[in-house]
Design a protein around this ligand. Sequence first.
Ligand code: GLP
Length: 238
Amino acid sequence: MSSNENIKVIVVKDAEEGGQKAFEYVKQSLEEGMEVMGLATGSTPETLYTKLRQSDLDFSDVTAINLDEYIGLPADHDQSYAYFMEKNLFEAKPFKETHIPNGLASEEEETARYNQVIEEHPIDLQILGIGTNAHIGFNEPGSSFDSLTRKVQLTKETIEANKRFFESADEVPRYAYSMGLASIMSADKILLLAYGENKAEAVANAVNGPVTEDVPASILQKHKDVVFIVDEDAASKL
Ligand code: GLP
């Protein structure tokens, strides 16, 4: 195991064990008074969300803020991130408030509204996955480290990676609203999860590579409190 001095890397056997470790981290944050939790979608946090659903943890005093949403999908579309969060967490675990960008709202209004939400609710713990190109949220390579919530265009690689959830690549939305890299960095603590060999390069570049806007997750090297939980496959290039 190798680890950048700022990023603590915990290597686990698989996504199941990763979900358990992440669950314990969230539980501890809750016990320490977490009021605002930043949430991620994708297949990676599913084992964590399963454990949260099955637990007796109480989130009724916690505000949830999600990272991103596809533009053009209504909240009840089965591939919207709003729908994902309802099914994977919120239906079973009521939060005090939940926030997610509205994929049908106009760019100017929605980005201003969401930036305001984040400003009014400073995030105690942000959960992240990572794209195969090292994106976090939908901050694709080239995103400014100073970025706030904005409209982003998805790269070909991300559309390819996410087409498995849709009938075909053509169905994958081309744009999303995403919290920016500066918004993510403003969280007090960050927990990034990554499983599988296809994440190994992104994880290695994020942890040990140069801090560059070509590798969005590399900005995390500059954060004061960041933990990666990765399985052996995702750790294989560290
Ligand atoms: C998606 C999401 C990210 C997620 C990443 C990895 O496109 N916008 O928030 O972390 O890609 O997804 P998965 O966990 O399914 O590999």
